[in-house]
Ligand binder design. Structure first.
Ligand code: NAD
Length: 497
């Protein structure tokens, strides 16, 4: 049995020991109420674990502990080089346990094992390692002052950080927050999505093994309206970082305003335009990328290229190329390393996506590919990648974030119209442009109201570049040194010499 076989992963899944408890002050524990919820795999409906259903009193306990740990200085005042060493050890431990982490991610949220292993886990490791490496290379500032004064501009850890994350890239989204949040010396309470809590719970033990002092990283699984809300409203949480839907993001801003004006940083939804001009350098590559941009991770990607804007003169030749490319993305068993489309995360998400497909048909878009639930006999939640053309940007499938593998093709006549349609959305997370014309590439990139713009590719980037949205896609940025700004307060110290 090799790692490239489904049998290998099925056998590993069969013998996997799954932890479902919360993690507070360096150890696993039940929720105060002892309540649990079933963590169900979307692959076959199997209950993977009973997971602690944390609520307000668990938040209370974790925040108290995180505050005491922060105030003790055990982590917050540790030399940066020592914090760096611990986080680097965590990255190494994640690598050593990569197969287990990938397997948990696959079983828990339904993504293909090959993606979890090749993308999610290595990217999460890189997020921790990159942030760790940065810790002792970030300098503070000395202000320009009169001769007899000294002005220091320093960054200080903010205190207790609550990180609320979604289910589509559970470990990776957590690590984008944890790297700079822990790196800056904060104590963190991580609340994973109730739909995918398992890797966060496992990560807590690895952090402990790496030498993170008890109380620095706590993990509270549970529902958004219980423990998530309690953290958002807590008077002793200094900073709330969030990745998830725009709807919940807005609610969190209200909760911050209703409580202690905690800093709130939001990474929210998207409806990203992928603009293909007739002079694209390689239309075949553009078609392949357009398919991947909507099918990868079952379309459950904040930056999914869900609106494909195509110059009208190539519509008839280009759309069939995309249909052909998208047809290569076929739902299959997520534990099979050959599978490139896994299961939708849960029944609710499956129904939401099917309802959007229905709405596309009833609003007059033309269904060119897919549109059906498949493999129902497996007990799993699978949908065929789906393509609509003749879509108007006013239709629901073009305006609302579907978060599934449903692509809308919209025609445009010139660059001005492309930009107008692209920007006609409440979101502003990402966009892509395909053209050979250098000036048009730059001018269009400048005109697009989006946090990431890709030219002649889709979804490029690295830890070296900030990631986040304009407009209702959020504020603040994950990744890069800019991410550290969210987890620190600026202090000016002015000294009379
Ligand atoms: P969601 O907003 O439903 O949930 C996100 C998290 O918030 C979960 O942990 C949930 O339990 C919690 N939550 C829900 N209600 C809450 C409340 N009232 N108070 C506090 N916490 C609450 O989002 P989701 O369905 O898990 O994830 C999908 C969304 O995430 C999509 O909109 C997607 O675009 C977005 N996303 C954005 C990025 C980005 O970087 N911009 C990345 C990945 C996903």
């Amino acid at each position: 049995m090799t790692i490239a076989s489904r049998e290998y992963w099925q056998e590993r899944a069969r013998t996997l020991k799954i932890e479902g408890r919360a993690f507070i002050h360096g150890d696993y524990c039940s929720s105060v109420s002892a309540e649990t919820f079933d963590c169900v795999s979307p692959i076959d409906g199997r209950v993977l674990a009973r997971v602690a259903s944390c609520a307000e009193n668990d938040a209370e306990r974790a925040v108290r502990d995180a505050r005491a740990t922060f105030d003790s200085g055990a982590w917050s005042r540790m030399a940066p080089v020592a914090r760096k060493a611990i986080l680097l050890r965590l990255a190494t431990l994640m690598e050593e346990n990569a197969e287990e982490l990938a397997l948990l991610e696959c079983l828990d949220m339904g993504k293909p094992i090959s993606d979890a292993l090749a993308v999610d886990v290595p990217a999460a490791v890189r997020a921790i390692r990159w942030s760790a490496e940065a810790i002792d290379k970030i300098y503070d500032e000395v202000a320009s002052t009169a001769h007899d004064e000294l002005g220091l501009v320093t960054r200080e850890a903010i205190g207790v950080v609550a990180a609320i994350v979604p289910w589509n890239f559970p470990l990776l989204m957590a690590c984008w927050k944890l790297g700079p949040a822990l790196g800056s010396g904060n104590s963190v309470i991580l609340k994973p999505s109730e739909k995918s809590p398992l890797t966060a719970i496992r990560l807590a033990r690895l952090a402990d093994e790496a030498g993170l002092p008890s109380g620095v990283l706590n993990v509270l699984p549970g529902y958004g309206h219980t423990v998530g809300k309690a953290l958002a409203l807590h008077m002793d949480v200094d900073c709330l970082v969030f990745t998830g839907s725009t709807r919940v993001a807005k609610q969190l801003m209200i909760h911050a305003g209703e409580s202690n004006m905690k800093r709130v940083w939001l990474e929210a939804g998207g409806k990203s335009p992928n603009i293909v001009f007739a002079d694209a350098p390689d239309l075949q590559a553009a078609a392949q990328a357009a398919a991947a941009a909507i099918a990868y991770n079952q379309g459950e990607v904040c930056t999914a290229g869900s609106r494909l804007l195509v110059e009208r003169s190539i519509l008839d030749s280009f759309v069939p190329m995309v249909v052909e490319a998208l047809a290569q993305w076929r739902p299959g068993h997520p534990l099979d390393p050959q599978t490139n489309v896994g299961a939708m995360v849960d029944r609710q998400q499956l129904d939401t996506v099917l309802a959007y497909i229905e709405s596309g048909c009833s609003q007059g878009a033309r269904l060119r590919l897919g549109g059906q639930r498949v493999l129902e006999e497996t007990g799993g939640l699978f949908i065929e990648p789906t393509l609509f053309d003749q879509v108007e940007n006013s239709m629901r499938i073009a305006r609302e974030e579907i978060f599934g593998p449903v692509l809308s093709v919209i025609a445009f006549d010139d660059a001005e119209e492309a930009v107008r349609i692209a920007n006609d959305t409440p979101y502003g997370l990402a966009a892509a442009i395909w053209t050979s014309n250098l000036s048009r590439a730059h001018l269009t990139a400048k005109a697009l109201r989006a946090g990431s713009v890709w030219i002649n590719q889709y979804d490029g980037g690295d830890m070296t570049a900030p990631f986040g949205g304009f407009k209702q896609s959020g504020n603040g940025r994950d990744k890069s040194l800019h991410a550290f700004d969210k987890y620190t307060e600026l202090k000016a110290t002015w000294i009379k010499l």
